[in-house]
Design a protein around this ligand. Structure first.
Ligand code: SIN
Ligand code: FE2
Length: 209
């Protein structure tokens, strides 16, 4: 596995998952989406919809709506059912790229239609900030942007994430601002109707003292 550190704590593993693995994982995600359908998250207070649609797997899932804001919960916000289990391939990327001694509790599944994006933000809803955030991309390539831990910090840089690429934000990069500028349509044949799927694995609860 090729693993490079693009900035302190920003790890990038291009081609971590080969095409056969991507197809296997896609099949698992399709069955997850059948039992835990994609939903439209909304911004706290304003209720503005995200352009990305989401679902989750694992003991906890990240959700957001106008009334409750950003949070983790054990059930799907629309069906009320527990989230399905995290696929083995996703647990493997956590072990290989994350290098953390406890398993992930949440695996957020983001679906980007070709015109979707994600503004710069920090992942702040987790109590265990010693754990990395590990992600795996499937489908069309995106431009991923990251900066520093301050919104007004010293500029940002970007790189492309293609199908099968994995990355982690850990240690000094755990709280950096990051987002997705755009999707490049036509860059992958994995998803029949285009777009991009991203899995984000996180540890949520604090370590018991
Ligand atoms: C996120 O930061 O929540 C998603 C990042 C990505 O889609 O790669
Ligand atoms: Fe994020």
């Amino acid at each position: 596995m090729a693993l490079s550190e693009l900035a302190p704590g920003v790890f990038y593993a291009p081609g971590w998952l080969d095409r056969a693995g991507q197809e296997e994982l896609l099949g698992e995600l399709q069955s997850i989406v059948r039992s835990a359908p994609l939903f439209v998250p909304r911004m706290p207070r304003t209720g503005t919809p995200f352009s990305v649609r989401m679902t989750n797997c694992g003991p906890l899932g990240w959700v957001s709506d106008r009334e409750g804001g950003y949070r983790y919960q054990p059930n799907h916000p629309e069906t009320g059912e527990p989230w399905p289990p995290i696929p083995d391939i996703a647990l493997r990327v956590w072990r290989e790229i994350g290098g953390y001694d406890r398993p992930p509790e949440a695996c957020l599944i983001n679906f980007y239609a070709p015109d979707a994006r994600m503004g710069l933000h920090q992942d702040l809803n987790e109590a265990d900030l010693a754990a990395p955030v590990v992600s795996l991309s499937l489908g069309e390539t995106c431009r991923f942007r990251f900066g520093t831990t301050s919104r007004t910090g010293s500029g940002t840089q970007s790189f492309k994430l293609a199908s099968g690429d994995a990355m982690a934000l850990s240690g000094p990069a755990r709280l950096i601002f990051h987002g997705v500028d755009k999707i490049y349509p036509g860059t992958s044949t994995l998803l029949k109707n285009g777009g991009r799927l991203n899995l984000t694995l996180r540890r949520v609860s604090a370590r018991a003292e």
